[in-house]
Design a binder for this molecule. Sequence first.
Ligand SMILES: [Zn+2]
Ligand SMILES: [Zn+2]
Length: 149
Amino acid sequence: MSTDAERLGWAEQAAEALTEAGYRRGGVRSAIVALLDEQSCALSAVEIGEALAERGRRASRASVYRVMEELERIGLLARVEVGQGIVRYEPLREGPGHHHHLVCERCGRLEPFTDDGVERAIQRLSERLPLEVSEHEIVIRGACRSCAD
Ligand SMILES: [Zn+2]
Ligand SMILES: [Zn+2]
């Protein structure tokens, strides 16, 4: 689990990057950044809209999608495709909180996972690659326990 300070880190980084990119602070954009920063894994645009409504902040589906696109464009979000055209988003984090995903192709369920061996292998691989590696993502697809039964 990441600590409060590290979580604060992403939201602050996002606020700075948005300001640099010329976006105003406040409004739906800030509410979405705060919401995403509290999550341990990815949310869909529909879930984001619902979570905002629960907090008494109404946002149209279109404005949620627009903000997600902005955040993705400036490199703040990781996108996870869970099938059936559904995309989930989460803060792109290095260090604590960094994880990968298991996706059920039948029900769309998303589970985070971490594995030190995988991280070490990617680290070793990165040293040999003709690429200055900035990030990596792993999605493993299959049938979850309830769907496979
Ligand atoms: Zn995740
Ligand atoms: Zn499933």
